[in-house]
Design a protein. Sequence first.
Length: 167
Amino acid sequence: ERLSDKNIGLAAWAQRCDFGFRQIHFEFADNALAIKYSDGGAADPLVELFDIISGETAEAALRRLFLEKTDKTVSARCVLTPYTESTVPAGVKRYTFSPDAAYAKELKALADPNEIPEPPCGVWGEMPDGVQYFEVPADEGHSLLFVRIGQDEPLFDEQTLRVLRRG
């Protein structure tokens, strides 16, 4: 089904699931498209919408958000890199935060092949066991998205994310 919320300014295609004992649906909460499970708990944000400040480039906004949300000792060792793991709609740019060369070398030396490591750049950077990235929508210029797909196939179509005029 197509979901949209003009107050948040976001639209996407998503699917509901009914397993009998558990239902999964999507709702809009705060600044996000969130997933909600019938067996309890708060809705988990999957696609968050953030404003680009007037005069700020999208890349500067990405760095600002990452710095606001990430411990300084971690953020100082991470760099903005293009996210290239999937097909990207025309005009859209995707990014993540990855360890710089020296930090990546340290992490590789410490890695245990039998363990999944912690996210090297915190929860707003690349994930070793899932998919997430920042997205700069085509021809929009006022907003950007943080998209959490997770480990499995998402129940929303990340190729259909659209920023809407709010109001």
